[in-house]
Design a protein around this ligand. Structure first.
Ligand code: NAG
Ligand code: NAG
Ligand code: NAG
Ligand code: NAG
Ligand code: NAG
Length: 398
């Protein structure tokens, strides 16, 4: 009897303890409880990593809270796999340390997590101004990249919402080998003349959406590298910057196809390019870039509104000049309105070795607003096959 009672008591204790464990699972992990200072001076790297590890070890939903304050952080990795869903609620401002020698290629790196939410209105400030003079990437192809603000690699099922990224030292956000991520209501800003401060760069990823966002930087607002499938860009305001870009493609060996891109309801203001596809000559890889739809786009004083460049040369010297082996196919431009500044509205220069096919220009109304003498022919078509439909102004060459 006594034994049975004690077994019941133990069972009961176990029940209470495991109940408590389940209750704790939807836990809150305030970085301040892990030693973060938030005074803008003290390094908080350790505190953030410890809070992440604690949250990562529990099942259910773990919320890491970053309260108001300025948190200085060196390179920090938030690594999974985690037991449950990770939520990072950022109210304060995160400041990147300016000691360049401490960095590899990232400031904050989210890796191997399935189920991640970052939100809260907080700011990620890369403090890039002191690093930008060390950027060598305009001079050489083999430059050592400066650190990127936020890197997501091998991340699945994530929502990144209502945060800002400011003055990254290099790309602001880099998505790599990831799936099912939505970037919603993101604000990205860096000066117009800051080098390689691309807003969001996506490579080797599937089902990535960028929606309802405002991006103004010194390079591409959004750039899409090789190996991407099914991307959506919707309601993005871009400018200043270099526009929305696919490429450069064909730079390295083993690059995979880019298939399925839907860019709609975007507004490009004062950008050097609008919608651009660029591939390098003498590509060591042979790949496809197919099934892109660009529709309902406003161009507001964009220099090159619609451009395909298969002779792209990113640095001062591109020695070999063999035609690009990237095949561009089924690219639709529909319902594009606004103003442009260069003499050429459609600059479609494709590869002799792999001519563009299925390029469609439909319902386009672009008005020249530049200072140069307006070209008689605002359309350049080289090795390009396709069609134009509806009312297309200026006159198209396909
Ligand atoms: C992501 O979520 C989907 C749908 O909820 C699920 O089917 C998939 O397994 C998740 N991804 C991973 C890597 O678990
Ligand atoms: C493409 O992406 C959208 C949005 O992420 C998603 O709803 C859709 O299911 C995806 N399609 C495929 C074939 O994965
Ligand atoms: C492109 O995206 C828009 C907005 O999400 C959507 O309305 C439209 O149906 C999509 N088109 C295609 C072909 O996926
Ligand atoms: C595009 O954005 C610019 C700059 O914010 C704004 O002035 C313009 O009204 C916008 N155009 C449309 C049609 O939304
Ligand atoms: C404009 O130039 C293209 C070649 O880039 C040519 O095919 C087209 O006929 C020209 N259009 C006019 C109206 O001259």
């Amino acid at each position: 009897m006594g034994l049975e009672l004690s077994i019941i008591v133990i069972d009961l204790l176990f029940f209470i303890l495991s109940g408590a464990r389940i209750a704790m699972a939807d836990g809150v992990y305030n970085v301040k409880d892990y030693g973060a200072a938030g005074d803008g001076q003290t390094d908080n790297t350790k505190a953030f990593e410890t809070a992440w590890s604690a949250a990562c070890a529990v099942q259910g939903k773990a919320t890491i809270v970053i309260p108001e304050g300025a948190y200085l952080l060196g390179p920090t990795i938030f690594k999974g796999p985690c037991k449950g869903i990770m939520v990072m609620q950022v109210k304060g401002q995160l400041l990147a340390s300016t000691h360049l020698e401490a960095y590899k290629q990232y400031w904050l790196h989210f890796q191997y997590t399935n189920g991640l939410v970052i939100s809260g209105g907080g700011r990620f400030n890369g403090q890039g101004a002191s690093a930008w003079p060390y950027n060598q990437c305009k001079k050489t192809n083999d430059c050592k990249p400066l650190p990127m603000n936020l890197v997501f690699s091998f991340v699945t099922n994530a929502t990144i919402k209502s945060i800002s990224s400011i003055d990254s030292k290099f790309f602001h956000i880099h998505v790599f080998e990831s799936r099912n991520i939505i970037f919603d209501s993101i604000k990205i800003s860096a000066p117009q003349d800051s080098p390689n401060t691309d807003g969001i760069h996506i490579a080797d990823s599937t089902n990535i959406q960028v929606v309802n966002s405002v991006i103004g930087t010194g390079d591409d607002c959004i750039s899409i590298g090789p190996g991407c499938t099914n991307l959506t860009i919707f309601n993005v305001l871009c400018g200043p910057g270099h526009g929305i870009s696919v490429g450069s493609l064909g730079k390295n060996a083993g690059e995979k196809d880019v298939i399925g891109l839907n860019v709609s309801y975007c507004n490009l203001t004062g950008t050097t390019n609008g919608l651009r596809i660029k591939t390098l000559q003498s590509s060591p890889s042979r790949l496809k870039a197919t099934d892109f739809l660009f529709e309902h786009i406003i161009m507001n004083n964009v220099y090159n509104p619609i451009i395909i460049n298969q002779n792209y040369c990113p640095s001062a010297n591109c020695p070999k000049k063999d035609p690009s082996l990237v095949k561009i196919k089924n690219i639709k431009y529909r319902n594009i309105m606004g103003t442009f500044l260069s003499p050429v509205a459609y600059n479609l220069v494709c590869s002799e070795a792999a001519p563009c096919e299925g390029v469609e220009l439909s319902d386009i109304s672009l008005k020249y607003n530049g200072n140069e003498k307006q070209a008689k022919n605002a359309s350049i078509c080289v090795h390009v096959y396709g069609s134009s439909n509806g009312n297309v102004k200026p006159d198209p060459c396909i």
